[in-house]
Every structure is written in structure tokens, then in C-alpha cells.
Design a protein. Structure first.
Length: 676
């Protein structure tokens, strides 16, 4: 689009920032801009640096691909599509249409009046460029601009309104509806001044300058176009405005200044390799120099222009008249007539704008110089009728009345602003006193709040520490009790059963039998296994890694389940409480797998990295629905242990796809101890 949020104060800063930002791929990789910030930057920059805008669009797209929330990503894609439609509008119309429709699909279901106003503005601009008849396409675009304005008026957004009024006014000018065009140009200036946007001001003043030029008011037209150039400095297509400005300077007999602007434009066009525009500028320079008697300068312009004409194979109406003028000067009447015949073909096709009325007078003069008076009369008549219709006294009076209305409205607004400022000044003293009083109250309330919140935080911290201490004591008590029972089983019942077994084996007891000995032997093994489960000796002596391996081997010794243990970084022993808690958690998870999972593969990982101990237990069993709640004692104890270690747990499971459990526990270097 043309109207963007871009103030004259920030424009140079933003341009410099963009150039630095895109100066290397490393800058893009490390960019901290959010997606919304990138889109806002594109919106401001598309009319100043299109190449940079495309790079920013691609950067935003990469960031959107990383967004996991589908609804949020859809909103970002809609904004990205809208910005891409804006970018491709003057580069590739089909792409612009595609991106515009994608954006419209989203915003028609998620109504945003500002975005819909922009979208219909783009639709109207696309429509202007479609169809075999450009005039008919422009006529069809005007109602679409009205639809865009209906959405924009709901937002009271002066930037968008200024742009849409500008575009509609420009379309009305192209269909020769100059009175309506002026009314919309007037509204475009009003909203541009409200927004303070430099680009909106540039386009609105440009439009008003064209209107004044149309009515033959060249002096006021020159002032408006000069303001447009001042506000539009740095804009990608500013040279089009400068071209019109140079034409107006020429009509105001400021020949040297006009030539200076033509030369400036020529440099830009050659740099941008805009051959068609360069041909037009060479034509303007050559015609101007010929009329001022600088025939040598005119010839130089002709030869440079003719070289471009041959490469581009393009001749516009003004270019053909200039070529005819030079051939006539050199005495080549045959070639001059051929040039005029080509000009006549363009005229008959209706592709010459009625604004270029002086072109008809020049054609009439050339035909007269060749002695073709009938042809000359046709173009003199065309020139005279257009001149009379455009520069009537009535039209100028209407324009003058509208300008007075605009000035009166602006003066009224200035008076209202001035009265508001006076009223504000009269209340300033009261406001200061009230502000001081409110400040004192806020300070008092803030101090009370601060003291109270600090007390609450200290109380909460104390409660948390007490709860943590109680939980630790409970866990320690449970482990102590387990150790005591394990010792009792091993040293008491276990020893007694062993003695009984030996007695049965070696005493000459006629009542003893081999079956009895076997049952006592099994009972001994069960007591030993139970004591090791309650407090495995290997955990105390060799640490968590060895104990976990033994747990896996014993748990699945009598099944076909494949087990796998992976450890890393456990060369140094962990604190006793950490090892015990992690062992009990692993024990609970293995028990659940045996009871519920029907798994054929079980994997356990114990990893130490970045000050964390990570336990991962996974199986390929039947899984479970994560939304179901489990209230078993074992699960509650597992969560209590994790909380006691200030750890975190993550469970992923789905029916028929197995279960994945990841537990992370923080541990500092000072907590480690050498392996026993």
C-alpha cells in the first residue's frame, strides 16, 4: 500500500536500523524481534525498501513455523499473507491476489475492521490492474474502495482512511470524475494531517497537486507537489512524483529548475534500470532544450534516448513527437511523417490521457510544418476543446470554494485545539495539587502494601520450608523403618530360618523330609529377597547405578521382557537421600510396568548433566489415558519424593503406544561425593 504508519521523525532512524539489521545472515539469525514487530516493520518499510521487506517476510515466516499453538500461528500467517499481498502488488499480480485471498479467508472469519479495510483496499488496487480495458477495471474498483472505507470508518484509523481516500480519489481522476476526486483528496489531506504520517501526507499533497494542475492552477499545484516530495523523501517510487513536479515547473517557466529535476530523475532511472521511464525523461529533457534553443543539448538527449528505444523497443506518444521534431529539424520529412503516423495509431487506440492536452497542440504544429493541414486541424480542434473544458471559470470557482471550505474547517479545528490548550492551562495548577495529593496517598498505600506483602512472602516461605522439612523427616523415617525391618528380616527371621534349614538337613530326624527342606529353603529365599527390596545392600555399597541394574535384572528375570539401562555421568556418588528417592521412584515405575503395561521392552536412563540428575523410564506397553487420575499410594509416594527433591516430572502416554516418564532433579557440585 501507499499509506503506512511512518512518521517523518522516525523514518531515517528506521531506515538505518533496517540496513544494519539485514546487513548479514548472522544478524537475521540472532534477531530478537517478535513476529508482530517484524510485521509492523514491514508495513512501514515496504514503500522504502522492497528487497528488505521480502527478507523480513521470510524471517517472520520462519518464526511462525516454530509457533506450536495452531490458532496463534493462523493469526500470524494471516498477517504475513496480508503483508505479502502488499509487497507483490506492483511486482506479481497473481501472487498478490493469492496472498490477499488467503488473508481475507482468515479475517472474514475473525473480523478485524482495520485488516478488512486494508484487504479491500488491496482488492481494489488489484482490480485496477486487471482486465483488457483499464478504464473499465478502474471503474469497477471504485465500489470496492467504498467497501474498504466502510470498514475503515469503523476503526477511526487516520492512516488507513488517508490511504483509502487517496486511492479512491486517484481512481476517480483516472475516470475523469474530477469534482468527486477533489472531495476525496480533501478528506485524504484531513486524515493525513490527523495521523501525522509522512507518507500519508506525501500522497495526499501529491493528489491535491494533480488536481490543481488539472484545473490549470500551476502555481498552487507546484506548492502541493513540492510538499509531497518533502514528506515522501526516501519512498521507493518517489521519482514518479518528482517527474510530475518537474513537468509543473516547466509549465511555470522555471526551466532551469525543471531541467535540474529531470537530470536528477534520469540518474535514478538509470540506476534502477527503468528503461521506459528513462526514455520519457530523455524526451522531456530533449524537448525542453530544443524549445529554449539548445539544439546541441536536444540532439545529445535524442541520441541517448534512441539507444534506449532500440534496446527496449518502446516508443511513447511524447517520444514519437520529439523524434518527429528532431527529424523535421534535420530535414528528414519522410521519417518525421513515419513518427507522426505511429503517434496517430496511439491516438486512435485511445491510450492518450486527456490531461496531456499540450501534446495535441504539438502534434498539430508538426503536421502543419509537414503541410498536412487537415491532420493539423484535427489536433488543433482536439486541443482547443479540451482546454476550454478544463480551464473554465466555473471549474476554477468550484475548486476555490472547496478550498475555502477546507481552510475554514482547518481553522475551526485549530481554534478548538487552542481553546482546549487554554482550558488545560487553567486547570494545570489544580491538577498539580491533586497530583501531589494522589502521589502522597499512593506512596502511603504502597508502603503498607509492601510491608504486608513482605510479611506474607516470609510467612509463605516459612510454611514451605516447614512442609519441606516435615516431608524430608517423613521420608527419612520411612527409610529408617525399612532399614530396621530389613535388618530384622535378615538378622532375625532370616537367621532362624537358616538354622532350621540346617537342622533339618543334618539332624537325624525321621519326621523331616526333602519337601519340608525345600519349603524352608524357598521361605529363606523369599525373606532374603524381601529384605533386599526394602533396603538393597548394593544401593548402600555401590550406588544408584548398580542398584538400578540389579532391580531391572531381578524384576524381569522370569519374563521375556527385554531391558536396557543407559547411564552417563554417575562416576561420583550422589547424596544418600537422592539415591534412595530415585531408587524408590524407579522401583515404583517398574512395579507399575509389571502390573499394568504388558510391555515387551523396558528402557531406563540415568543421566547427570548441567547440574541435574535425569531419570527416564519408558516402555512399549499398552499405555493409559493421560486424562485419567491415579490415586494409588505408590503414585502419591512417588510424587511426594519428587517434590521433596524439588524435582519435576513429565509423563507422556497414550493407549497402545506405551509410556514415557522423565524426572529431573537438581543437584549442585557440592552435593556429590566420591564413589565408595
Amino acid at each position: 500500500m501507499i499509506a503506512k504508519k511512518y512518521t517523518s521523525l522516525w523514518k531515517p532512524v528506521m531506515v538505518c536500523f533496517l540496513l544494519v539489521f539485514l546487513s548479514s545472515s548472522k544478524a537475521q539469525k540472532n534477531a530478537d524481534l517478535s513476529i508482530s514487530e517484524i510485521h509492523a516493520l514491514i508495513e512501514t518499510m515496504v514503500n522504502y525498501s522492497p528487497d528488505s521487506s521480502l527478507a523480513l517476510l521470510d524471517l517472520a515466516a520462519k518464526k511462525i513455523e516454530l509457533v506450536k499453538d495452531k490458532e496463534e500461528a493462523s493469526a500470524y500467517w494471516a498477517e504475513n499473507n496480508l503483508r505479502r499481498a502488499d509487497y507483490w502488488l506492483f511486482e506479481d499480480l497473481e501472487k498478490a491476489k493469492l496472498y490477499c485471498e488467503n488473508a481475507y479467508y482468515y479475517y472474514s472469519n475473525h473480523v478485524d475492521n482495520k485488516k478488512l479495510g486494508e484487504i479491500f483496499g488491496l482488492k481494489a488496487q488489484i482490480k485496477k490492474q486487471e482486465g483488457e480495458s483499464r478504464l473499465e477495471a478502474i471503474k469497477e474498483a471504485i465500489p470496492i474502495f467504498d467497501t474498504a472505507l466502510s470498514y475503515a470508518l469503523k476503526t477511526s484509523n487516520p492512516d488507513l482512511l488517508a490511504f483509502l481516500y487517496y486511492e479512491k480519489a486517484f481512481a476517480l481522476q483516472q475516470t475523469e470524475r474530477w469534482q468527486e476526486s477533489f472531495e476525496n483528496a480533501f478528506l485524504a489531506i484531513q486524515h493525513a494531517e490527523l495521523s501525522g504520517d509522512s507518507l500519508a501526507m506525501a500522497t495526499a499533497y501529491f493528489l491535491m497537486g494533480r488536481t490543481h494542475h488539472h484545473f490549470g492552477l500551476f502555481n498552487s499545484s507546484e506548492l502541493y507537489i513540492a510538499k509531497s516530495i518533502e514528506y515522501g523523501e526516501g519512498m521507493f517510487r518517489i521519482y514518479s512524483i518528482v517527474h510530475i513536479y518537474a513537468d509543473i515547473l516547466l509549465e511555470n517557466d522555471k526551466i532551469d529548475l525543471a531541467l535540474e529535476n529531470y537530470e536528477y530523475l534520469l540518474d535514478i532511472c538509470l540506476q534502477k534500470q527503468d528503461t521506459i521511464k528513462a526514455i520519457e525523461i530523455y524526451t522531456n529533457i530533449g524537448q525542453t532544450k530544443f524549445r529554449t534553443g539548445d539544439v546541441k543539448g536536444a540532439e545529445q538527449a535524442y541520441f541517448a534516448m534512441n539507444k534506449l528505444v532500440k534496446s527496449a523497443k518502446f516508443k511513447g506518444s511524447k517520444t514519437l513527437l520529439f523524434m518527429a521534431r528532431m527529424h523535421l529539424y534535420w530535414g528528414d520529412k519522410k521519417q518525421a511523417k513515419a513518427d507522426l503516423d505511429q503517434f496517430r495509431e496511439i491516438y486512435n487506440s485511445g491510450k492518450i490521457s486527456s490531461r496531456n492536452i499540450e501534446i495535441y497542440k504539438e502534434a498539430a504544429d508538426l503536421y502543419a510544418a509537414l503541410g498536412q493541414m487537415d491532420e493539423s486541424a484535427i489536433f488543433y480542434k482536439k486541443w482547443g476543446s479540451l482546454k476550454d473544458s478544463l480551464y473554465t471559470h466555473t471549474s476554477r470557482l468550484q475548486l476555490s470554494d472547496l478550498e475555502k471550505m477546507y481552510l475554514n474547517e482547518r481553522n475551526k479545528n485549530q481554534e478548538i485545539v487552542q481553546k482546549n490548550e487554554e482550558l488545560s492551562a487553567s486547570r494545570s495548577q489544580q491538577a498539580v495539587m491533586a497530583g501531589v495529593l494522589i502521589l502522597v496517598l499512593l506512596i502511603g498505600v504502597g508502603m503498607v502494601y509492601f510491608i504486608r506483602m513482605r510479611g506474607l512472602k516470609e510467612n509463605q516461605a516459612l510454611k514451605f520450608a516447614l512442609k519441606e522439612k516435615q516431608m524430608e523427616q517423613l521420608m527419612n523415617a520411612q527409610e529408617s523403618e525399612r532399614q530396621r525391618l530389613a535388618r530384622e528380616l535378615h538378622d532375625g527371621i532370616g537367621q532362624s530360618l537358616a538354622a532350621l534349614k540346617m537342622q533339618l538337613q543334618f539332624d537325624d530326624n525321621p519326621h523331616a523330609s526333602s519337601v519340608t527342606v525345600e519349603r524352608v529353603d524357598a521361605l529363606c529365599e523369599e525373606v532374603r529377597s524381601l529384605s533386599h527390596q526394602m533396603m538393597p545392600l548394593v544401593l548402600k555399597e555401590n550406588g544408584l547405578k548398580a542398584a538400578t541394574k540389579q532391580l531391572l535384572d531381578n524384576s524381569f528375570a522370569n519374563s521375556d521382557t527385554e531391558t536396557d539401562l543407559v547411564t552417563h555421568g554417575l562416576e561420583v556418588r550422589l547424596p544418600d537421600n537422592v539415591e534412595v528417592h530415585l531408587y524408590r521412584i524407579t522401583q515404583e515405575l517398574i512395579t507399575n510396568i509389571i502390573k499394568h503395561a504388558n510391555a515387551t521392552e523396558v528402557g531406563v536412563q540415568l543421566l547427570q548433566r548441567d547440574g541435574m540428575i535425569v531419570l527416564i523410564v519408558e516402555d512399549n506397553g499398552k499405555g493409559f489415558n493421560e486424562e485419567e487420575e491415579f490415586e494409588g499410594i505408590g503414585i502419591k509416594n512417588m510424587y511426594s519424593r519428587i517434590e521433596a527433591l524439588a524435582g519435576t516430572i513429565k509423563i507422556q502416554s497414550s493407549e497402545a503406544e506405551g509410556t514415557y516418564v522423565r524426572i529431573a532433579v537438581p543437584i549442585g557440585p557440592q552435593q556429590k561425593r566420591k564413589t565408595a
